[in-house]
Design a protein around this ligand. Structure first.
Ligand SMILES: [Zn+2]
Length: 144
């Protein structure tokens, strides 16, 4: 029987596990048996003031891990593709996989649609960008 495995999640776990054990070794010169024990040891350091400098550092890296996990579980919505050639460089596609070059960013990091004035567009071939009222111009040019 095959067990379904999320390779991306395993990879993220291994990255965090490796970094956590490195930090733990620098701090205590000792190995813990499990990642939860390592994280618990960090929490103990964060909540005491016996080791100056470490609480801020550990808070920062554990917050970064929490954000990585959150972002992995809540992927941002991909930008919308604009199936027209870029008005700046003329390219319609880019890269080896021939993806559409022009994209429209209309969602925030939480996947919520932004207001029109906050949207932006980008050409992934030439890196030209259009923001706020420049989008009116882009929209006009693309509809010609
Ligand atoms: Zn372009």
């Amino acid at each position: 029987m095959k067990i379904p495995v999320d390779v991306g999640a395993i990879s993220l776990y291994q990255d965090i596990d490796r970094e956590a054990r490195d930090e733990h070794w620098q701090l205590f010169k000792a190995d813990q048996t499990t990642l939860p024990e390592v994280i618990q040891a960090f929490d103990d350091v964060i909540t005491t003031d016996e080791l100056p400098k470490w609480p801020e550092h550990l808070s920062r890296i554990t917050d970064a891990w929490a954000k990585q996990i959150h972002d992995y579980l809540n992927p941002t919505k991909p930008p919308r593709k604009i199936n027209r050639p870029c008005p700046s460089c003329g390219e319609h596609h880019y890269g080896e996989s021939r993806e559409i070059a022009l994209v429209l960013y209309c969602y925030d990091d939480e996947g919520v649609m932004l207001r029109w004035g906050q949207w932006s567009a980008e050409c992934r071939a030439c890196a030209a960008r259009w923001e706020s009222d420049q989008l009116d111009w882009l929209s006009k040019v693309l509809s010609e």
